[in-house]
Design a binder for this molecule. Sequence first.
Ligand code: NAP
Length: 285
Amino acid sequence: MAEIIDGKKIAANVKAEVRAEVEKLKAAGAKPGLAVVLVGNNPASRVYVSNKEKDCAECGFASYEYALPEETTEAELLELVEKLNSDETVDGILVQLPLPKQICEQTILHAISPEKDVDAFHPENVGRIMIGDYRFLPCTPAGVIEMLDAMQIDVSGKHCVVIGRSNIVGKPMGMLLLHRNGTVTICHSRTKDLAEQTKQADILVAAVGRAGFVTKDMVKPGAVVIDVGMNRNAEGKLVGDVCYDEVAEIASAITPVPGGVGPMTRAILMRNTLTAAKAHRASLD
Ligand code: NAP
C-alpha cells in the first residue's frame, strides 16, 4: 500500500515558516499585504478567494479584497491593476481566474507588475521559470516539488511523466522537474498510447481535469503518483484525476484529493507573497 503524502501537513509547515518571516517584517515596521481581485460571481472562485484570505490571516499578511461586478469592463479592471501596481501598501496582486468573457485574461495578466505577480503568470516571470532564475515559483508545480522534498523523494535521474500541458500546471511542472534533473515526458490529449508513456513513470503527475482518469493499469508498481486534479464527481464530491483506491494499492507514495496538492498551492502562494514583500521593502529602503 502506498504511503500517503499529507499535503495539509506539509503546507502547514510552509505556512508556519512564512508566518515567522512575516513577523520579522512586521517587527521592522512593515505591513506586508496581498491584493486579491475577484470579478463576477463564480462560486468556485469565491471559495478560492476566501481561502486565500484565510491563508493571509494565518500567515500574518493584510489582505485587500476587490470584488467587482460581473459586467466590469477590461478597461475598468486594467485601471484597478494599475492602481494596485503603484500602491505602496500592496506587495502582491492576484487576479482570480477565470475572468468574465468580455475581459482578455492575457491582457490583464500582462498588466500586473512582474514584481507583484505572486501567481507567476506574467510572461517575464514565466520566462524566468523557464531559465531557472525564479522570482516567484509557479504555485502548483512548486507545491508538488515541496511535497517531494518533504518526502525525501529524489527527482534526479527519475523518469517523470506529466499528463497535461497547461501554462499553469503541466508546462511549469515539467520545467521544475527538469531543473531537478528528472527525465521529463509531457503528455496531452494528442499523445498516442498514453498508458505506454505513463507506465514508464517513476514519478507520475496527473493534471488533466478528469475525474478518475488515471487507472491502476496506467501506473508502474512502485511509482510516486501526484494528483493535481480537482474535479467534482456525480455526487458533487471533490475528487482527483487518479482512481485513488486502486492506484494506492501499487504506488509507493500518492497524494490524496482533497488534502494533497491543493493546500500546497495555497502555501506556495503565501511564500511568493513573502518573497514579494521582502523585495518590495528592500526597494523602499
Ligand atoms: P487544463 O488547462 O484544462 O489542461 C488540461 C490538460 O490535460 C491539457 O493539456 C489537455 O491536453 C490534457 N488532457 C485532456 N484530456 C486528455 C486526455 N484524454 N489525455 C491526455 N491529456 C489530456 O487544466 P489545468 O488548469 O492544467 O488543470 C488540470 C487539473 O488540475 C484540473 O482538475 C484543475 O482543477 C486542477 N488544478 C488543481 C490545482 C491545485 O491546486 N490542486 C491547481 C490548478 C489546477 P491538450 O493541451 O492537448 O488539450
